[in-house]
Write a new protein. Structure first.
Length: 115
């Protein structure tokens, strides 16, 4: 089982990034997927989630209107499009797959928003 995040990096405030989460080793299309982030010294928090079929999405208040989560089940990939980034978005971003009592986490990708 693998979840591999990519797409992180250094971006200026106001800029955009798209994160990807590529999955393998489990029936991806049956799992809900969520993105979480953890900033230094802070607890991990939910950013956005998407249902197994992609029809239901939810966002943290901090992400509403700026981030968009989507999935491509034939590619076993989930995306997080982030725009109008702020310094407070700086964190390690993780994806999580969950179905019933089965949960998988990726290793994370660093996003740094700085001028």
């Amino acid at each position: 089982v693998q979840l591999v995040e990519s797409g992180g990096g250094l971006v200026q405030p106001g800029g955009s990034l798209t994160l990807s989460c590529a999955a393998s080793g489990f029936p991806f299309s049956t799992y809900a997927i969520s993105w979480h982030r953890q900033a230094p010294g802070k607890e991990r928090e939910l950013v956005a989630s998407i249902s197994s079929g992609g029809g239901i999405t939810n966002y943290a208040d901090s992400a509403k209107g700026r981030f968009a989560i989507s999935r491509h089940n034939t590619k076993n990939t989930v995306y997080l499009q982030m725009s109008r980034l702020k310094s407070e978005d700086t964190a390690v971003y993780y994806c999580k797959a969950i179905w019933r009592d089965s949960t998988y986490w990726g290793q994370g990708t660093q996003v740094t928003v700085s001028s």
